[in-house]
Structures are given as C-alpha cells and as structure tokens.
Design a protein around this ligand. Structure first.
Ligand code: FAD
Length: 567
C-alpha cells in the first residue's frame, strides 16, 4: 500500500457544480512513474455511511483498485445487535464501536467526518456539510466515479404527537441517554420527598414497538431490575416497578415464526412484563402515554398509562438526505420509505448508472423482469452479441426460461405467466421476439416480490456483494471496454444480480433467546440459547479488540454486577 499513502484530501481552489461550491479533490504525488500513473487513474469510490452496509463493503474491497473515501457524521462503526445490552450497563459503550479510520486503513482510503446533503447525479458531485472549528457550517462538493449510499434510516414517527418525550435507540448516544434516564428515575424514586404515586410513575417503563429491538430492550431492562436493583436499591419494592410493551399487531416479534412469538409472550407474562397487543399509541405526554386498544369484541377503547420512561421503537423510515434525492429522481422512485434499486443495487433513475444504495436506506425492486433482463444481457454478452439485437424464438425462450428458473427459483410463478403471454403473442410459435418486445411483455407482469427486511444481515450481505462486484469490475473493465459494452450494462455483464439469503433471526428475551430459522423452523430455549445467542454475536463482532472488550464486560458483569453509574 505504499503508493496509496501518498494521496491526500484537499479543497481544490476551483469552485463548481450547480451551487458553485468549493470542490474537494484527492491530491497525489507528482511522481511520473508508471506505478504513480496507474494510481492516478483509479476510479474514485465514495461511500456514504460507516454502518453495516458501508463497513461490510470496506472489509471485502481489494485495496488497490479504487480511491476510497468514506463520508459519515459518526467516526465509528456501531455493532447494533448488542446495543440494547449497553442501555442497562451489561456491555460497555466502547465494546460496541470500532473507529472507521481503523477499518478504512485496510483499503488505504480516506475518512471525512461530514454529512451528505445532496447529490448532483449528472456532474457526479456530492454536496457535503461539515461544522468547522468555529462552529460554522461549511459546504463543499466531493466528486465521485462510483457512489454507494449506505446512510441507514431514522426511527419511524408514525405521525404520533409528543415523541420529544420518548427515547430512541439507534445510536451509541441514545444508549447512554437511556441508561442515564433509567438510573436517574431509580434515584429519584428513592428520594424521601417522592410521593407514592410519583414513585410508581417514575418506575413505569414503557416500550412502544414489539419488534426485535423493543423486545430485547424490555428483556434487558427486566434483567437489570431483577438481578441488580433488588440488591442495590433495597428501598424500591419489586412490585412498584412495571415494564409495559405496546404492540400494534396481535403478537410481539410478528415477523418471527408464530410459535416463537408465543414463547416470547409466555416468557414475558411469567417475568411480569405486561404485553399490550392490538394497541396503538396516539400521543406521548411528559408523564403518560395515550393509546387505543382493540378488545376481543372488536371495540376500541382509549387508555392512559402513567410512565417515567418511554422507548419509541416502531420501525424505520427515510432520512432527509434520502427523501431529497428520491424527490430529485422523480417517478423512478415511488417508495416512500426507502430508495429503490434494481437487482444490481443500482439506484433507480440515475442518469449514469454509477450510484448504488444498500442497507436500511434502500429497497431492492426485486422484480423478476429485472432478473430476466439482466440474465439475458449477460447471456448475450457471453455469446458476443449485443443484447439489444437479441432475437428469441419460442424454443430459445423455453431454454432461457429453464435457466432463469434454476437461478432464480422465486421467479417460477412469473415465468409461467410469461410463457402464457409469449404463447399469446406468438400463437403459432414460429416468430421471434426481440429484446425490447420481451421487455414490454415483462412490464405487463405484476412482478414485485416482497421487500427485504431492514436488518444488519441484509446490509452486510449487500455490502459484501458490492465489494465482490467492484473487485470484479476493476479487473474486467479493460476487456469489456474493448467489447464495447456500455457503462450501464457492465454490472450485469460481469456479476450476478444480488440475492438475499436469509440466515435466520435471533432475539434475546430475558435469560432465554429465540432463533427463527425461516420456513417455519425455529428454536427457543433458556441458558443454552443465551450462550448460543452471545456466541453468534461475539463471532460477528467487528474486530478482535471489540470481541475482547465484550468478553471482559460479560466477565465483569458476572463478578461485580452491571455498571449503574450515570455520567
Ligand atoms: P447503519 O448501520 O444505520 O449506518 C448508517 C451510517 O450512515 C451511519 O454511519 C451514519 O452515521 C451514516 N449517515 C447517516 N446519515 C448520513 C448522511 N447524510 N451522510 C453520510 N452518512 C450518513 N439487525 C439485525 O440483523 N440483527 C439484530 O439483532 C439487530 N439489532 C438491532 C438493534 C438495534 C438497537 C438497532 C437500532 C438495529 C438493529 N438491527 C439489527 C438493524 C441493523 O442495525 C440495521 O439494519 C443496520 O444497521 C443497517 O445498516 P446500514 O448500513 O444500512 O445503516
């Protein structure tokens, strides 16, 4: 990596772009050696976001092919699956984070602590904002040849009033604030001047949202209250403390297999965590939460629950940056919750096909039409012909359909419909179909498959996918240029479409854990499951350093209890 070290980021004296802002450039040595020239020609790959998607991409990227720049307001990667454990002091905050600079070192890239505000797709410029040392906002452009948007999501407010009275759990600072608030409430509840009613309210903890994050937080909170507080806060009676989980659906963990969500509910009932299903929060006040609940008779009643703490954890939606660029891309972006990409993870609607979106901020328009079109393109490319001039006879189509089916089993039902359409179009089965006619037929099919989950698992797979593709693209590009393949077709020609492989979902539910393995298979259990849950995340943790810190935290907790100081 010696040649990589000579590059540096600096503001170019020239201004430009639609807003005439300064432009940041990568400056390189003036060395005229062949090595230096090759280095200068490398494409600029900019990654927005240093979360699961961005970091998985960085970790798999070959070091020598791109000038890599990561832009993110947080200079660390956060291991989110263990974040609920940090809210109650089971794990330390530092055990869950790894500096981006340490990760980016592997590819010899640059990190900029800044926030992407906008993108000018036609001039390949990202508008970035940053607060300077005088506290003033500075804006400039960062040019790119390839851009990956991996900026995650924000908590979905669902239009509910009073969310300023809630805590969120997305970032390390949120975990710190939650821990401080819990401890503050416990200390206030112990004061001799606190009335009985006020004490009960302070010790009423509400979690809104019965998905994995809400459930895991409730479980961790329950552990804290049961294992540490009885001893450390003897004045507090266990029956004065209450934990309530409000869920809009009829079960918690509703994306998991039904037996597992029932198991979790039974476990919570035993642990005295009150689960309120079929309940929707309508307002959060400073000291109470208002919600409606649908009874078994179908009647909806409004209830008020006094509370001293509320966690809002009800799914994700788009951040302002993504909303801005989705609006810019117009009708190519129709999803209100995430940026739409094709199956090669390219952002739909960009003019140059050089922008990708992965992770929580993106959704794959996983339509079979895309699979088939890109498959045909790569097939044509392999046979040395231009896809646009492809002529398919009915017989050809049958064999292509068989190959598509093998590769994308989820396309089978759609292929059947396509077969029918083909037959209708070409009744005597003697004619041919060209590529654009086939595309038209494909358009007639309602081909959207179910959207993928917003999980670390998906962001990780997409980051890895892009890294492998970029590595391959960097190797293949010269040959492809010679074959005169247009830029937009390169991805499909050199690499397969993205396919998500669901490896199962885990959730900690308080001295026990559930594992949803997909297709109706699941496991649930006590201590062994907790150790299995810990081992899986321990193995997935981002570095040796964080693994060591996590192991030390668990040992400390076992020996001395949780860290219950607020600071
Ligand atoms: P993130 O990991 O959120 O990263 C986004 C990055 O973009 C951050 O670095 C952020 O600073 C940066 N950014 C934001 N705005 C901008 C901008 N304008 N410009 C530049 N950078 C920006 N998933 C699982 O699979 N299993 C679990 O057990 C699990 N547990 C979870 C527990 C909690 C408490 C939470 C909050 C999430 C959990 N998830 C879990 C979900 C998982 O964390 C997300 O799906 C995953 O983080 C998505 O990865 P991402 O790269 O898309 O976004």
């Amino acid at each position: 990596q010696s040649d990589i070290a000579v590059s540096a980021l600096a503001i170019n004296p020239r201004r430009g772009g639609p807003k005439n802002l300064p432009i940041l450039e990568i400056f390189l040595d003036d060395d005229d050696s062949e090595e230096a020239r090759r280095h200068k020609d490398k494409p600029r790959l900019v990654i927005l976001g240093g979360g699961w998607g961005g970091v998985s991409l960085l970790k798999e990227l070959a070091p020598d092919n791109y000038h890599v720049t990561v832009i993110s307001p947080a200079n660390y990667f956060l291991f989110t699956p263990m974040l609920p454990s940090a809210t109650v002091g089971t794990l330390g905050l530092r055990s869950l984070v790894e500096p981006i600079r340490r990760i980016i070192h592997g590819v010899g890239g640059h990190y900029l602590r800044a926030r992407a505000e906008d993108v000018d797709f036609s001039s390949r410029l990202i508008e970035v904002s940053q607060t300077d040392c005088n506290g003033n906002e500075q804006r400039f452009y960062v040019p790119y040849d390839k851009l990956v948007i991996a900026v995650g999501s924000v908590t979905n407010p669902h239009g509910v009033k009073g969310l300023e009275n809630c805590h969120f759990l997305k970032d390390i600072n949120d975990a710190r604030d939650i821990r401080n608030k819990i401890i503050q409430n416990l200390e206030l509840a112990c004061l001799p001047t606190t009335t009985d009613e006020e004490r009960k309210r302070l010790l009423s903890f509400v979690v809104s949202g019965g998905g994995p994050t809400g459930v895991e937080f409730a479980a961790e909170l329950f552990d804290l209250l049961n294992e540490d507080l009885i001893e450390l806060f003897p004045k507090l009676l266990r029956n004065e403390i209450s934990v309530h989980l409000i869920q809009s659906r009829d079960h918690i963990l509703n994306t998991y297999d039904e037996t597992l969500s029932k198991y979790a509910e039974e476990r919570f009932a035993r642990d005295q965590v009150e689960v309120l299903t079929n309940s929707r929060v309508s307002e959060v006040r400073r000291d109470s939460i208002i919600f409606t609940q649908k009874g078994e008779d179908g009647k909806i009643i409004t209830k008020e629950l006094p509370m001293g703490f509320c966690l809002w954890s009800t799914g994700v939606s788009q951040n302002e940056f993504c909303k801005r660029i989705a609006k810019k891309l117009g009708p190519a972006q129709t999803n209100r919750h995430a940026l739409e990409t094709d199956t090669h993870l390219r952002l739909n609607g960009t003019p140059l096909g050089d922008v990708y979106a992965i992770g929580d901020c993106a959704t794959v328009q996983n339509n079979v039409a895309d699979h088939i079109v890109s498959f045909l393109r790569s097939l044509a490319w392999k046979h040395g012909s231009d896809p646009e001039n492809l002529q398919l006879r009915f017989d050809d189509w049958r064999s292509v359909a068989e190959q598509v089916k093998k590769r994308f089993p989820q396309a089978a039902a759609h292929l059947k419909r396509l077969d029918k359409l083909f037959a209708e179009y070409d009744r005597d089965q003697s004619g041919t179909l060209n590529f654009s006619e086939l595309r038209e037929l494909l358009k007639q099919i309602d081909n959207k498959l179910t959207s993928l989950p917003a999980t670390a698992q998906r962001a990780h797979q997409q980051g890895q996918y892009l890294a492998h593709k970029f590595n391959k693209l960097a190797r293949a590009t010269p040959g492809l240029k010679a074959n005169d393949i247009r830029e937009g077709d390169l991805d499909a020609a050199v690499y397969k479409a993205f396919e998500y492989k669901h490896l199962g979902s885990l959730a900690y539910i308080g001295n026990s854990a559930v594992f949803d393995l997909g297709r109706g298979r699941g496991l649930a259990g006590g201590l062994w499951a907790v150790y299995a849950w810990r081992s899986i995340y321990f193995a997935q943790s981002v570095s040796f350093r964080t693994r060591m810190l996590m192991a030390m935290d668990w040992a400390k907790r076992g020996l001395f209890g949780r860290d219950l100081m607020s600071y």
